[in-house]
Design a protein around this ligand. Structure first.
Ligand code: PMV
Length: 312
């Protein structure tokens, strides 16, 4: 039976508070960036051709039957088929992503989410959000090694979330919309390496790191209250505090510190690195009338790319 093409998408994300400490059981807060999306489309192919995965942005095209086990797109497709106990369809699955790669904006998880949505939709059995998130978590292990699960959760649910490993996810109520300016430091950030280096540092000084993670957790708890109350100035100060703790944890960089400082000088209420750090992105919280000045200051301070987004 010829099936109709199916298209699906998933957003990028930012971690607002709590990265790294979240790997060690502390809570974190993340929000989707709905204007940056990954999309996947599945269309029928001639009988006997099997499933071909085409990643237009990467210029890659691979038949599922020939893809290595650790190829993330093939891994996502295999997990989806296994979940449905479905045979490989004769189809072409094309993925496309507007989310920068290796920069802390969740490109890997978004591509996997869109792919699984499109493929399970094509096969007539779309998976529910919780199962979708769990499948993407399995793919994330290829990128991350030991992911906390926050990326797949915020991306699958496409809602601001309070996330703590081993606890049910909580959707956050946002008291007043937050304007974020998101800047790319221009340096790629390998999450697996940043997470690995924190693991090594913690092994050398466990008490110090547990204390730092507890301090992050306290900031995250206060940030939740500020988000729910719509208290932007308090939230900005908490971002600065979280950034300072991330620098102590050892994942900031000269470029990220410089961008955060430039944003604050231009009138941002607060700024911090977002995601794994070392490189990748930083975020600044700005009131509406300071938004453009902050974006401009970030460009002048060397940001490779700047976007504005709203968390609501
Ligand atoms: O994928 P990234 O770069 O946003 O980093 C994820 C955040 C970490 O806390 C560093 C890792 C994790 O698995 O939560």
């Amino acid at each position: 039976m010829a099936r109709s093409p199916v298209e699906a998408s998933a957003p990028g994300k930012v971690i607002l508070f709590g990265e790294h400490a979240v790997v060690y059981g502390r809570p974190a807060i993340a929000a989707p960036i709905s204007q940056l999306r990954a999309t996947a489309r599945v269309a029928p192919a001639p009988s006997g051709s099997g499933l071909t995965i085409a990643a237009a942005d990467l210029g890659a095209r691979v038949r599922l039957a020939e893809a290595p086990a650790d190829e993330p797109l093939a891994c996502a497709a295999r997990l989806a088929l296994a979940r449905l106990q479905a045979a490989e369809p004769d189809a072409v699955l094309s993925v496309h992503s507007a989310i920068p790669i290796a920069s802390g904006l969740g490109s890997g998880a978004a591509v996997a989410t869109a792919l699984i949505r499109a493929l399970t939709g094509y096969l007539g059995a779309p998976v529910a959000l919780e199962a979708l998130s769990a499948l993407v978590y399995e793919v994330e292990k290829l990128h991350h090694g030991t992911p906390s699960g926050i990326d797949n959760t915020v991306i699958a649910y496409e809602q601001p979330v309070w996330f703590q490993r081993g606890h049910p996810i909580e959707r956050l109520r946002v008291g007043a919309a937050l304007t974020l300016v998101v800047a790319d430091s221009g340096m790629p950030s390998a999450t697996r390496e940043a997470v690995g280096s924190v693991r090594q540092a913690r092994a050398r000084a466990p008490a110090r790191y547990e204390r730092l993670f507890d301090q992050v957790a306290e900031v995250v708890g206060l940030a939740r209250q500020a988000i729910e109350r719509g208290a932007a100035p308090t939230l900005g100060a908490l971002m600065d505090r979280n950034h300072a703790l991330l620098a102590e944890i050892g994942v900031s960089s000269e470029a990220l510190d410089r961008l955060a400082q430039a944003a604050r000088r231009a009138g941002a209420l607060g700024a911090k690195l977002s995601g794994a750090g070392r490189g990748g992105h930083m975020i600044a919280l700005a009131e509406d009338d300071a938004r453009q000045a902050v974006a401009q200051a970030l460009r002048e301070a060397g940001a490779a790319h700047v976007i504005e987004t709203t968390v609501a």
